[in-house]
Design a protein around this ligand. Structure first.
Ligand SMILES: [Zn+2]
Length: 291
């Protein structure tokens, strides 16, 4: 737990040397950062100098990213990884959004018609020890908790019934298949590039890594502690300036692989399960028959 007096942040372009200052709302103020940030900032301040009240972040300005891409894009493995990853994020998130929208709508309509007696008949034993205990005096939060317990104890039997309905009504299986068919090969391509990328000594601890540049909105509020986020760690930039800066991020091979595999089809299936469980619990808590 470390604190630093922070007035703002200065972004440094490693290519053209431009420095872009961003002031934080509330001016100079103690802000909670992690020990790692303190060490990192000591190193960066040694490199860039200037006032102690500003944090430093290195990367590339938009102009230099454009120039770099034109110069190296086809050859540089780092640029290839960044490009494939951006493609992956775009495709995976648009397909995921389609799946979730379809689920939200259809599941919502189905659950609207769900009755207390159906809940009982799906798993009588789980019902009697959970939702069966709810009365008209129970607060919605209590019912929500009982609903979560019901789902857990019945091994999400209701989720299974709903899933069956979604398969027929929304073509969930087909959408999941399409996701696997299009996103899967893109992940394979990305992993193949990652496997071959030459690692440089780049990390803070001089571990082998590849430096990638990720677009960052410099006008957005951010937690200055990468490990947690609450009011003492979060700062809001004042009067948004130019907006985009490309932050250099050294990533080791395992991190790169994790980045690619975050979009594996089986992860989507488990997110779908979580979304369904949340919708179900929320819906049951709102059921009139429990009020
Ligand atoms: Zn630049």
């Amino acid at each position: 737990m470390s604190w630093m007096d922070v007035q703002g942040k200065i972004y440094h372009c490693l290519e053209c040397g431009a420095s872009i200052p961003v002031e934080h709302e509330g001016g100079r103020r103690p802000t909670q950062v992690s020990d790692l940030v303190v060490w990192e900032q000591m190193e960066l301040a040694g490199r860039h100098g200037g006032s102690d009240d500003y944090l430093h972040e290195e990367g590339l300005c938009p102009g230099c990213v454009d120039a770099l891409e034109q110069r190296e894009a086809p050859r540089s493995p780092a640029a290839k990884i960044a490009k494939l990853h951006a493609e992956l994020v775009d495709l995976a998130s648009s397909l995921q959004r389609r799946i979730f929208d379809a689920i939200q709508e259809t599941a919502g309509e189905w659950l609207e018609r769900l009755t207390q007696s159906e809940l009982r008949s799906i798993d009588p034993a789980a019902f009697s020890t959970t939702l069966g205990k709810a009365s008209r005096d129970s607060a919605p939060e209590e019912i929500h908790e009982l609903a979560c317990n019901y789902l857990e104890q019945s091994n999400n039997a209701l989720g299974g019934v709903l899933r069956e309905h979604l398969h027929q009504a929304t073509g969930l299986a087909e959408m999941e298949e399409e996701y696997a068919g299009r996103v899967g090969p893109l992940i394979d391509r990305l992993v193949a590039v990652i496997d071959k990328v030459p690692m440089e000594t780049a990390g803070l601890d001089d571990s082998p890594a590849v430096v990638l540049f990720f677009a960052k909105d410099t006008s957005a509020r951010e937690s200055l502690n990468p490990l947690v986020e609450y009011e003492a760690t979060v700062r809001q930039p004042v009067d948004p300036g130019s907006g985009t800066f490309f932050v250099s991020t050294p990533l080791a091979q395992t991190q790169l692989n994790g980045m690619a595999k975050a979009f594996l089809p089986e992860n989507v299936t488990s997110i779908v399960e979580d979304v369904l469980a949340q919708i179900i619990a929320g819906r049951i808590a709102a059921m009139k028959s429990f009020r």
